[in-house]
Design a protein around this ligand. Structure first.
Ligand code: PLP
Length: 394
């Protein structure tokens, strides 16, 4: 059975061109970039070239890019690094209720250290209201962290508008662009951000590498101590091969993004309308228009998303329930609950995310299989509509 992979928001396959440029740095060009002999200098040169390409891709300066082990570390470094360096100015952080766990759990940790955190609400589409942010700012606020696009429902937040507010208020602004860099345009100046997290494995690069953009002049305390790499902002021997692969991924994204985004929007909309036409008692989660080109998230009444996901897997189709990063347990999606979905609808959620190798025949196949799987599960669900009457409690 040919596998159909539709979980690109969890991770993307490494692009063959990316693998190709990485291999020499795992073989003959293995030098430690900190070494000052020729083997080290070769690695150092490759890293600096990669840094320059990645910086240009997001409108940043080379020295504003710090390599990390991925999005989680970039988020941790941004939040902890800023509040530790700016404690004398205040102790208040503003974020949202729909952030990735890398931000939410960091905020919870900081609350235990005595910092105050405001979690802004979102509307039923998952959108933050910039007016709520204005109202939440106090003279103790030192950092605002709001994601560019949500990883579960794909809603894109008004980051540029928020950037204007934080700039006027003189507060540091961090955004998590793990789901957007390489997929929709991201420019640090147009967004008006001071810190921005990226992860390479969401844009066809390798896993375990990412970056934090830190605007020049931003006061940040490192959270990792050691050899002082990355201009003392992130100690640890650099992952040369992955950094080179990360840069190649951004280069490919630059070439392909405009046409690829359009192609994905048309496949996404085919999938959404197909699902809504074929299956009753189903709801699209997230904003119908202001959403990522590749994201489909639905709540299917009367059955559990996990059961649908496992049945699709048996048919060779890989999708996800909510966020893969949190799907180790039967935890209800904090994002869907924050959007006001009842718990049953949050349990019935399914995330289907498309990517570079998704085709129209695959989408049509998924529509057919999904319809059958839902019918099969509803037939045995005690909650399902029976004889036209809903028996939700029975
Ligand atoms: N932030 C967002 C929005 C994500 O979707 C993810 C991963 O799913 C992360 C952060 C974590 O990134 P990484 O897997 O590189 O640690």
């Amino acid at each position: 059975m040919k596998q159909i992979y539709l979980d690109y928001a969890a991770t993307t396959p490494t692009h063959p061109e990316v693998v190709k440029v990485m291999l020499p740095y795992l073989n003959e060009m293995f030098g430690n970039p900190t070494s000052i002999h020729s083997c080290g200098l070769q690695a150092k040169k490759a890293i600096e070239e990669a840094r320059s390409n990645i910086a240009a891709f997001i409108g940043a300066r080379n020295e504003e890019i710090v390599f990390t082990s991925g999005g989680t570390e970039a988020d941790n470094l941004a939040l902890k690094g800023i509040v530790l360096a700016n404690e004398s100015k205040g102790n208040h952080i503003i974020t949202t209720t729909i952030e990735h766990h890398a931000v939410i759990e960091t905020c919870k940790f900081l609350e235990k250290q005595g910092f105050k955190v405001t979690y802004l609400p979102v509307d039923s589409y998952g959108l933050v209201d910039p007016d709520d942010l204005k109202k939440a700012i106090t003279n103790k606020t030192i950092l605002v962290s709001i994601m560019h696009a949500n990883n579960e429902v794909g809603t894109i937040e008004p980051i540029a508008e928020i950037g204007k507010i934080t700039r006027e208020a003189g507060i540091y602004f961090h955004t998590d662009t793990v789901q957007t860099v390489g997929h929709i345009p991201v420019d640090v100046n147009m967004l008006g951000v001071d810190l921005l997290s990226i992860s390479a494995h969401k844009l066809y690069g390798p896993k375990g590498i990412g970056a934090l953009y830190i605007r020049k002049g931003t006061k940040l305390t490192p959270i990792q101590h050691g050899g002082g790499q990355e201009k003392k902002r992130r100690s640890g021997t650099e992952n040369t091969a992955s950094i080179v692969g990360f840069a190649k991924a951004t280069e490919l994204a630059k070439e392909e993004m405009p046409t690829e985004a359009q192609r994905l929007v048309s496949l996404r909309d085919r999938l959404i309308s197909g699902i809504l036409e074929r299956i009753e008692h189903i709801k699209l989660n997230g904003h119908p228009l202001i959403r990522l080109p590749n994201n489909v998230n639905v709540s299917i009444d009367y059955i559990e998303g996990e059961a649908v996901m496992l049945n699709l897997d048996l048919e060779g189709i890989c999708v996800s329930t909510g966020s893969a990063c949190s799907s180790s347990g039967q935890e209800t999606s904090h994002v869907l609950l924050a959007m006001g979905l009842p718990r049953e609808q949050a349990y019935g959620s399914l995330r289907i995310t498309l990517g570079r190798w998704t085709t129209k025949p695959e989408i049509d196949h998924v529509l057919e299989v999904l319809e059958k799987v839902v019918a099969k599960l509803r037939a045995i669900s005690p909650l399902a509509v029976k004889g036209g009457r809903q028996s939700r409690n029975g």
